[in-house]
Write a protein that binds this ligand. Structure first.
Ligand code: CXF
Ligand code: ZN
Length: 371
């Protein structure tokens, strides 16, 4: 539960409705923490509080709404972002371009303004954040957010939780959108979960040069192990000069900006080659601005916003799981599991950067008691 003015999440007993048409009741096995949850908690992103947050859930279907046919009770599922399922973008496999993407994911309510969660005294609480509000033992989620996965047991399922946002966001930016070719150079700003996923994905392509940029030596070392051909500590080195050296005469083809620091985005726009693209992934506080030399953009540069890796979650999430099982996307290297009663520690470790991807592991409690 996230409440205004509090700097961490806390557990609270709440009441959950039965799933309506288009909804699914899920018992969560694990949920990853994403920096977007923390940004909402601190008021930097506009989801109204109080609300149940969490948008990297994995769990087991306990009930489905009247018209839901894609999943059934007992299915193991990964939860991802929400979309309407009905607009042209959704019907053509581009759900991140859904016309109602932002309200459906950030409003923490159904389109009619209602929510499936209330306090024990009946006060409505924000729910369906990213279609799921999965920092909870149970969640009524949007059927659009549900991706059925083939996995043997709950421990295996828990490992898949962060694929629903962080891993898919970084890997998708590379594999779905930028698609580097032989000779291309890719710089990834920020070696957190999203940046490291972009680096692992870039290693799956023919990109010649993959540069990780961060200020934390341990993250840069991990980036090197996961596929970066070079690393730059931007606190200690001249970022512009080093990037230019590493990219060579063709210039830097791609920057994947995951930090959300506006000055770094402005810098990326100057560092990328004339025909290059800056993928904008890191989200600063709502209303933040950056400025560019317009003539440099006319030169051919592209500044491209990317959400959830531009993924068609129903095909891309199983593909990422398959790559992970082959050992080609070893994101488990940067996960750390926390028990429910360690939630505050998980939040602190995410904020300090000690843990790159905290995942809350829910205890296997008796069905029904905690709804
Ligand atoms: C979000 C980040 C903020 C902008 C929209 C997408 N992704 C998930 O954490
Ligand atoms: Zn996220």
């Amino acid at each position: 539960m996230a409440r205004i003015g509090e700097d961490t999440f806390h557990w609270e007993r709440a009441v959950l409705d039965d799933p309506r048409p288009g909804e699914v009741l899920v018992r969560l096995v694990a949920t990853g923490l994403c920096h977007t949850d923390l940004s909402v908690l601190s008021g930097r992103l506009p989801t109204p509080l109080p609300a149940v947050l969490g948008h990297e859930g994995a769990g087991i279907v306990e009930a489905v709404g009247p018209d839901v046919t894609d999943v059934a009770t007992g299915d193991r599922v990964v939860l991802s972002f929400n979309s309407c399922g009905d607009c042209t973008s959704c019907r053509t496999g581009r759900p991140t371009a859904c016309g109602t993407y932002f309200p459906l994911n950030f409003r923490a309510a159904r389109p009619d303004g209602t929510t499936p969660i209330r306090t024990q005294d009946g006060t409505p609480l924000g729910g369906l954040f990213f279609g799921q509000s999965s920092l909870a033992r149970h969640a009524v989620v949007s059927a659009q957010s549900v991706v059925r996965v083939d996995v043997a047991d709950d421990d295996g399922l828990a490992l898949l939780a962060p694929v629903g946002c962080g891993i898919q966001t970084g890997a998708g930016a590379i594999l779905n959108l930028l698609r580097p070719q032989y000779g291309d150079s890719v710089a990834v700003f920020g070696a957190g979960a999203v940046g490291l996923s972009a680096i692992m994905a870039a290693r799956l392509t023919a990109a010649r040069t993959i540069v990780a940029v961060d200020v934390v030596p341990s993250r840069l070392a991990l980036a090197g192990e996961l596929g970066a051909t070079h690393t730059i500590n931007s606190k200690e080195e001249d970022l512009g000069r080093r990037l230019a050296e590493l990219a060579g005469p063709g210039g830097l083809t791609y920057v994947v900006e995951t930090t959300g620091v506006p000055s770094l985005l402005e810098f990326a726009a100057t560092a990328v080659a004339g025909n290059g693209t800056v993928a904008v992934i890191g989200a600063p506080s709502a209303g933040s601005r950056a400025s560019f030399d317009i003539n440099a953009l006319i030169d051919g540069r592209t500044i491209r916003g990317v959400t959830e890796g531009g993924s068609d979650r129903t095909t891309f999430i199983p593909a990422l799981i398959d790559l992970a099982r082959q050992g080609r996307l070893p994101y488990e290297r940067f996960l750390r599991f926390y028990a429910e009663d360690q939630l505050h520690q998980a939040v602190m470790d995410a904020k300090s950067g000690v843990t790159i991807k905290p995942v809350i592991r829910f205890s296997d409690v008796a069905t029904g008691d905690d709804r």
